[in-house]
Design a protein around this ligand. Structure first.
Ligand code: TMP
Length: 215
């Protein structure tokens, strides 16, 4: 595969969608063939799974059921969209990927699901493939949740199932993302997201240029 796979990760309201699109514009200006996508919901079936996963009562399913559905979405996403695009040489920017499952369904739920279950599912659905670069946007939990609820206020259907889980869940998953980055420093970069959109974009461009050899 000749394309690259860059994932954006972080807690609620960290600004990853905005930053992903700014990076896409930057890469396009540099004549790179790049697409943006997201999990859950990067495909047609994925959008249906997204609806099930992010709306409604927080307790309508448990961490194991969620993990399985996120992995169903991921498998479809990889086979139908990400890998075909990469095979054509495209760069793919994804708003969330497997680190979100580790952060939310493992750390967020205080490790109620065995980590080995997640590792096995990753192997089944994704194999040895990994992102070339993962940008983790770190933000204070309350600042992020406030942003996220403000955004949801304008939505016809509220995608706030996880937002409604309370501060402890979000604090655990924030620490989870930091732990993931510590374990895989060659793949992950953590950036403090509590700054202006422009400043954060400049930092992301610098990281991408350095890490992926664009210079
Ligand atoms: P988004 O709002 O950033 O698009 O993400 C959708 C929600 O799904 C968000 O609350 C994070 C959550 N999520 C998980 O819990 N596990 C996962 O594996 C993924 C991809 C997302």
């Amino acid at each position: 595969m000749t394309g690259r796979f860059i994932t954006f990760e972080g807690g609620e309201g960290c600004g990853k969608s905005t930053q992903l699109h700014l990076l896409q514009e930057y890469l396009q200006k540099r004549q790179i063939d790049v697409i943006s996508t997201k999990e859950p919901g990067g495909t047609e079936i994925g959008l249906e799974l997204r609806h099930l996963l992010v709306t409604g009562d927080k307790d309508k399913m448990d961490a194991i059921a969620e993990t399985l559905l996120y992995y169903a979405d991921r498998r479809i996403h990889m086979t139908k969209k990400v890998w075909p695009a990469m095979a054509e040489g495209k760069w793919v920017l994804s708003d969330r990927f497997a680190d979100s499952t580790v952060a939310y369904q493992y750390y967020g739920y205080n490790k109620k699901v065995e980590k080995s279950v997640l590792d096995n599912l990753y192997q089944v659905a994704v194999g040895d493939f990994k992102p070339d670069l993962t940008i983790i946007l770190d933000i204070d939990v309350e600042v992020g949740l406030n942003r996220s609820f403000a955004k949801a206020a304008g939505m016809a259907e509220k995608e706030t199932r996880h937002e409604s889980r309370g501060l402890e869940f979000h604090q655990l998953l924030r620490q989870g993302f930091l732990e993931i980055a510590k374990q895989e420093p060659q793949r992950c970069v953590v950036l403090n997201a509590d700054k202006s959109i422009e400043e954060l974009h400049r930092e992301i461009v610098q990281v991408v240029n350095e890490r992926l050899g664009l210079a």
